[in-house]
Design a protein around this ligand. Sequence first.
Ligand code: ZN
Length: 528
Amino acid sequence: MFNPRDQDLAGYGAPAAAGALASGNARTVTLSRFNSFSERYGQWRERASLTLAEFDIAPDLAQDIGSPRWFRGVVTMFALAALALALWPDFSALEAAPMHLDHAERDEFRSQMIMPLALGADSGRHMAATSAVVPLKSAPERPRIELVATLSQGDSFARMLQRAGVGAGEIGDVTSLVASAMPLNEIEPGTRVDITLGRRPAPGAPRPLDDLSFRARFDLELGLQRKNGQLALEPHPIRVDATPLRITGTIGDSLYRSARADGAPVKAVQEYLRTLNDQVDLDRLSAGDKFDMIVSYKRAATGETQTGNLLYAAILRGGKPRTQLMRWGKDGQFFEASGVGEQTGGLLRPVPGKITSGYGMRFHPILGYTRMHAGIDLRANYGEPIHAAAAGSVVFAGRHGGHGNFVKLNNGGGLGTGYAHMSRIAVHVGQRVRQGQIIGYVGSTGLSTGPHLHYEVYENGRTVNPLSVKFVTRAMLKGKELADFRAQLHKLLEVEPGAALEPLAPEADETKPPAREIDRADHPRQIS
Ligand SMILES: [Zn+2]
């Protein structure tokens, strides 16, 4: 640390001298204090104190190098270092005492360890029976087993019972009892069935079914109970209210968001938008317009709800319906509800589908160059009927070049209509057709990439944009059917918006019987 040959010894000498002086002064003070102590505490204390005070245990090793005091300091330093090293803790590894296992002990260890099955694991303690063990004739069993079985996709009710442990002899009884209340194949997959199996009548015999209950249908809960040894069916009809759900509101920024905010189920909004999109240009709607939708809706007294199909979709502008569509008929097609059955000057839409390609210049998908598209393309499925847009006479029916199977009508007043790519033609030249009469079926003959209806309108022999002539999708109804259509529309429009969302009255009001009743006179019946 200190180089004894350092030239600037004076630099160290001066503070060292000052230190010695200072320590000398301190010693003088201490001595005088010890002298005053010695008068009270005796001679040996004084001597010990003096010796300790004189003893210089750690001399400065930079001073008086080579002197006996200096060597004592070096020895002290090494002694302290050696002591410190001697007190260094021992980190040598812990050593376990060697264990000597005999065969029995090794087996005992084996039974406690976890080992892969592939290596012959036989974990778990095995104890051989001693003379204290008395074998039982039969092991005690739980008296009842309660379980939940689920009817899966493609499953049968009988197979589900078999899996649950119902005896083969009883499965037939159970299925015929349930089938007497409702067809077994109408039970929805995923239905959970609560099953209670009772005490075995004899060892090894299957457990008898004591109780079985499940929600068979939205409006029916079925129970099977053993009474006096016989299984009895107990249907519990659930009161269901089928008031359709009507939702109205202002379109605002987004029809979807507004309708959702007003409580319309997602599926209903999607169906509403899809239905309207086929009939009106949704981009032309304004924020102030109102939407009005009615969805079939079922509420069970037990709290579940079921949202069905869209029944009615309308757009109102200034309080008046602008578009009013109602689902009608077996195939659930939507029809413009206003003016149904009325003969108007407008042209009937030959198929209800959306326009997929408009009138004007366009790039032809098959020919590969831009040319005039002389009509409009309407989306339609293969085989869908094509209706005459207006009454008239057939002036052409047959193959017509790129048009494929083609029908052209003269609708009078200089107006004509043409229908192309038909799969089948249902009229012949010279025939008179009514408005709405089926003149053929959708196909993809001629220059066509897929089934659709290419529809042309002529004014004085030249094609015009069919959209410039007013279109209507209108059910052509007469007599009783027309009356029914109007009656249903009237009934739907009487539904108060949001009425179906109000809570169902808690107790069954007797004016509204359950939608479908299963009543077996020989069994108790109960309305929950
Ligand atoms: Zn076309």
